[in-house]
Design a protein around this ligand. Sequence first.
Ligand SMILES: [Zn+2]
Length: 254
Amino acid sequence: MAQAYETAGHYTAHPLVEGFPGKSTTHGAFGWSSLWLLDDGARRVLIDAGQPAYIPLIHESLERLGLTTADVTDIVLTHMHWDHVANFTMFPNAVTWVGEHELKWAAERPAGTQFIPDLHVQELIRRKERVERMSPGQEILPGIHAIAAPGHTPHHLAFFTERAARPLLFAGDSVKNIHELATARVDSTMDADASTRTIHRLRSLLTETSATLLPGHDVGLNLINGEVQRLREQRAQISFFADALSPESDRSIG
Ligand SMILES: [Zn+2]
């Protein structure tokens, strides 16, 4: 099972669910996004909240770390797409950090807009407590900086911290996978030129700081001498319900 990347010192990064760059050509997006926990002993910060199918995986991953949903202190959202936002409601003590401009933009979309979970957006607007608005350039939590990363959505944010054994750059869907970091060309963006400019900026930051980049839908990536490397193999599996039935099972329908 997944292990923490590097530890010691400040924040330790644990993947609660590792993202996977799968794509369905017939049934919409998989939404297999990355869900990371940063833990410095005092705060437990989720980077994005994942999609509804992740609920049991989140419970299992937290339990392996000796934690529950009540121990999460903060959730920081990269952007307002359903597969990154949906589970913010399951952490009773957490403050949810949402980009001020991204939230406003999402709230102006009509219900039925692709990827926008309209009820979650309304709830973030409605809540008077435990929701904080943030802006690019802000140090939102000790050592965690919000960075503008537009393109995929107009006000997408990335998060950078040097308070880790190796600096970490959480890119969300501004860099969804290894291919996008390597080529600076992206799939699924609202502004392809902005996405390319964002990726060039994030690549510069990686080079300057030797940070590891955590994409929105892939395992961690390092940029070494201009070459992008995965920190570990990516894994995913899908199966058919009938696979779970034994050969002896009666599959007839009366
Ligand atoms: Zn997205």
